[in-house]
Design a protein around this ligand. Structure first.
Ligand SMILES: *Cc1c(COP(=O)(O)O)cnc(C)c1O
Length: 231
């Protein structure tokens, strides 16, 4: 892995290009979300100077410090952590896209907060494709029903789905889970729900994003390959 952040971002972008071209996709259809959890604002600033435009954060409190320090850089902010209902308001204030909606109750809090702020909050529904007890997300068979519920919430716009597959040393083994998320999104799209775009698939991290791109990822969430290992 190259040692400075600019070289690492270039390296990740080259990996994205190769993975997209290998399956006949336009590399520009894959957006790189630089996952900055545990890294300070100055590292994010360096990433932005090197061309990163989208930042992912897992924790509201940690994100707030960076959000305030980096206001004015024109970054797009993605919330990718587990969101508690009582933090919905703070999430709505900061984030352009919330990737981790997994219950109607959480969505209702987001909707209420967004309505108050006069904002239409874009969200993804997180799906626990593998049914792992340790992971958040709705069960695959419940995803369509949750999306349908969200269409009744006027201050929310559902853009697509997000998943985190089990960890494998061999990223090819994650690929069926990415393919399944794509199929779930296609099924929901075919329902023609009003205002539901279903055009975003958030899947793939440092170790497996090529496999995710091969299965249609439009947002990949990459931390380690950009910022280095986390303590
Ligand atoms: C930390 C995190 C990532 C980034 O993982 P890396 O392996 O460091 O690229 C992506 N998605 C989520 C939800 C995360 O919590």
């Amino acid at each position: 892995m190259p040692s400075d952040i600019a070289a690492r971002i270039e390296h990740v972008k080259a990996r994205i290009r190769r993975a997209a071209e290998a399956v006949g996709r336009d590399p520009a259809s894959v957006r790189l979300v630089a996952v900055a959890k545990t890294f300070p604002a100055e590292e994010v600033r360096r990433a932005a100077a090197a061309g990163a435009t989208e930042v992912g954060e897992n924790y509201i409190q940690e994100a707030r410090e960076k959000f305030e320090a980096l206001a004015g850089l024109g970054l797009t902010w993605h919330f990718i952590g587990h969101l508690q209902s009582n933090k919905a308001r703070r999430a709505v204030r900061m984030f352009d896209l919330i990737h981790t909606v997994d219950s109607a109750r959480l969505a209702a809090e987001i909707d209420r907060a967004a309505a108050k702020m006069g904002k239409r909050q874009e969200v993804l529904v997180q799906v626990n494709v593998a049914g792992e007890a340790t992971k958040s997300g709705v069960a695959p068979e419940d995803a369509a029903a949750l999306v349908r519920e969200l269409t009744g919430m006027g201050a929310i716009r559902v853009r697509g789905l997000m998943t985190m597959p089990p960890f494998f040393d061999d990223p090819e083994r994650a690929r069926p889970f990415f393919a399944e998320l794509r199929r779930i999104a296609e099924r929901i799209r075919s329902l023609g729900l009003p205002g539901v775009a279903m055009d975003e698939l958030s899947m793939g991290m440092t170790g497996d994003f090529e496999a995710a791109i091969a299965e249609g990822a439009t947002l990949i969430r990459v931390g380690t390959a950009i910022f280095g290992g986390r303590a």
